[in-house]
Design a protein around this ligand. Structure first.
Ligand SMILES: [Zn+2]
Length: 135
């Protein structure tokens, strides 16, 4: 899947404190302490939203921004897709979609667990309850 590079925006800094507390100062994808920094999952909502933003270390941010991944180094993503945090789950799934061989069994299983639609890169739409429509 081709990835469009979306430039991170400065407003994401507003979530810095909250995310530092949530993540304990670690990358929420791989748990590295190497320069974790907020990363917003595109497309961005109007205001930065913790459910669309995660703490990511230098390497994970580079990958999220489109740098070439080495699948042997990316195995931790199969754990990250089980995160209770939507942003972490979604970011992990986006990276898995970028792995060269999506039919690699572990990649396939991890993408299944994330329940993200490969066509849109978003969570599969859950049928909403009557009366809870957004409009
Ligand atoms: Zn990381």
């Amino acid at each position: 899947m081709a990835r469009k590079k979306t430039k991170q925006r400065p407003q994401v800094g507003l979530l810095g404190k909250l995310l530092t507390r949530r993540s304990g100062g670690r990358c929420e994808l791989c748990e590295s302490r190497d320069a974790p920094f907020p990363w917003e999952v595109p497309p961005f909502p109007t205001e930065p939203d913790p459910d669309r933003t995660l703490m990511a270390c230098g390497r994970c941010r580079a990958w999220l921004d489109g740098a070439e991944m080495r699948p042997v180094e990316a195995y931790f993503l199969s754990g990250a897709v089980w995160s209770e945090l939507p942003a972490v789950k979604l970011a992990a799934a986006r990276l898995l979609l970028a792995v060269d061989d999506p039919e690699d069994p572990w990649v396939h299983d991890a993408l299944d667990a994330a329940d993200v639609d490969p066509a849109t890169g978003e969570f599969r739409v859950v049928v909403s309850e009557p009366g809870s429509a957004e409009w």
